[in-house]
Ligand binder design. Structure first.
Ligand SMILES: Nc1nc2c(ncn2[C@@H]2O[C@H](COP(=O)(O)OP(=O)(O)OP(=O)(O)O)[C@@H](O)[C@H]2O)c(=O)[nH]1
Length: 249
């Protein structure tokens, strides 16, 4: 676990006597050393972004996940909003900052500015609203254009509790996810079904990608150090014995 050590040194001086020396009457405290050891609240921080048409239930999903609450009213998100949550994954405290974007077209200029820094994307459609499913093509192409290449994605069909109003079959959702190479979940912010599972899964995917990046980085650092050591060795061999570089024939 990472630990932040914060060293605070206080020197409290009271007025000196005329001779300028310390006395019992005038006292000075030097050794007021305060070491504050604060445990960091998390090991790693990731940014996730929720995308999808207005009304599919992004805000409700997020509130269900972070606050275990469900509000049936629809108050459209203006621009973007975010909530935080800490998960325990692979023995790590993973803090997720989840950005809830407005689905309305008029906010797209603002919301697109958040794609660039996302490490995970949750595409959401409403299983009772076919157009929201068809519009995923557009959401996905925006992500291709504005988000980093290695961003991790999942597909979510929300409002699974509304079976009677269903317009998009589970099979359709699953096939689309397969086409895009994403994992698929049907969720309900209302009943809480699969909410935690979907947010946790996308975070796991981001964590795995993050670990791969770290391994690659360490791998290239190892290669670099090995090559540097080799070059140094060859260089020193050349200077030790000049005859080595001389043709014997
Ligand atoms: N039955 C049911 N209704 C839901 C569910 N999730 C959200 N809703 C309802 O759908 C409506 C829209 O939900 P929001 O979460 O505000 O939708 P949004 O995607 O954030 O909308 P924008 O902020 O406009 O992009 C609200 O009336 C919710 O109560 C769900 O799982 N089941």
């Amino acid at each position: 676990m990472q630990v932040v050590c914060c060293l605070l040194v206080y020197e409290i001086s009271f007025p000196r006597n005329p001779e300028g020396s310390n006395s019992t009457a005038t006292w000075k405290s030097h050794a007021f050393l305060c070491v504050v050891v604060m445990a960091k609240q998390y090991d790693v921080l990731f940014r996730l972004l929720m995308l999808g048409d207005s009304g599919v239930g992004k805000t409700c999903m997020l509130r269900r996940f972070t606050e275990s609450e469900f509000h049936p009213s629809h108050i459209s998100t203006i621009g973007v909003d975010f909530k935080m949550k800490t998960l325990e994954l692979d023995g790590l405290k993973v803090r997720v900052q989840i950005w809830d974007t407005a689905g309305q077209e008029r906010y797209q200029t603002i919301t697109k500015q958040y794609y660039r820094r996302a490490q995970g994307i949750i595409f959401v459609y409403d299983i009772t609203n076919e157009p929201s499913f068809q519009h995923l093509v557009k959401w996905a192409s925006d992500v291709d254009e504005y988000a980093p290449d290695k961003v991790q994605r999942i597909l979510v069909g929300n409002k699974s509790d509304e079976e009677l109003g269903r317009q998009v079959t589970k099979d359709q959702g699953s096939k689309l996810a397969e086409t895009y190479g994403m994992e698929f979940f049907e969720t309900s912010a209302s009943t809480s079904s699969n909410i935690s599972e979907s947010f946790t899964r996308v975070t796991e995917l981001v964590l795995q990608a993050h670990k791969r990046d770290e391994d690659n980085l360490l791998g290239s650092l190892d290669d670099y150090l090995e090559n540097a050591a080799l070059e140094e060795e060859i260089g020193s061999e050349g200077t030790d014995d000049n005859t080595k570089n001389t043709c014997a024939c």
